[in-house]
Design a protein around this ligand. Sequence first.
Ligand code: UTP
Length: 286
Amino acid sequence: MRVRKAVIPAAGFGTRFLPVTRTIPKVMLPIVDLPAIHYSVEEAAEAGIEHVVLVISRGQEATSEYFGRVPALEKALEDRGNTALLERMLAISDMIDITFVYQDEPLGLGHAVLMAREAVGDEPFAVFLPDDIIWSDTPTIGKMIDIYGERGGAVISVKEVPDEAVPSLGIVDPERITDDLSRIRRMVEKPKLEDAPSNLAIIGRYVLPPEIFQEIERTTPGAIGEIQLTDALDAIRESQGAYAYRFPGEHFDVGTPLGMLKASVYAALHRDDIGQDLRDWLRDTT
Ligand code: UTP
């Protein structure tokens, strides 16, 4: 079955970004002049996904407004004859169909995905964690959808990380199929380095079968009362198989201020309008 929908959970507190996330949703923080969420939605659209289900919390309406029309601004740009900028603005609201669903309490990533159940229905879907930005020539999720089409099961993106990062991430035990694809034997959440089966860490892109929803419902909340995705993923791995895709390209975790800063500098350095100025300034300042 074709993968037509994507779920983007964005209802967390964003505590690592406090105090700004007291009032501004984490996914609306900018990388130069585009909010982080723009990149996930754009990747979905470029991969041919038709519909995004964005999970937000009450008070995070700035996220839904970003993808809507802004009539007063559009009129002002039109009156001023700034058609290039007007077209850029219209392209954002025309990018893809988006449904917003609420998660009233941040009860965990698994719970956030479950909030999208009705909007997704009985079909496979993609999940994007918007903190993970991947810049690649072709959309990572598109390649993962192809793998799902060939093999079914769950398809999860992974990246080789340095030893010091292993104990804070979800790590897979891979059985090689090709250079960039493995069957997952097991997944270990935050292992000690000596217990880790590899250095391949799970990054926020998934293609999942609809049965994941039943599995999330069966999941009992963990120590801090949150329903995670890990147990449900492991149940799918056992019943249908799971595959790890090692994606090419640049990955940034923009869920922390340092990661966001790195992504911003990287993006700015690659822009024609400001890249050279920034490069000169960095050279003179450091
Ligand atoms: P994170 O734990 O990385 O994000 O969740 P967070 O909770 O917003 O940030 P911190 O840890 O407090 O700094 C991964 C993704 O899952 C979403 C988050 O919004 C983020 O995009 N999420 C997490 C939900 O939508 N609901 C939840 O209950 C938990």
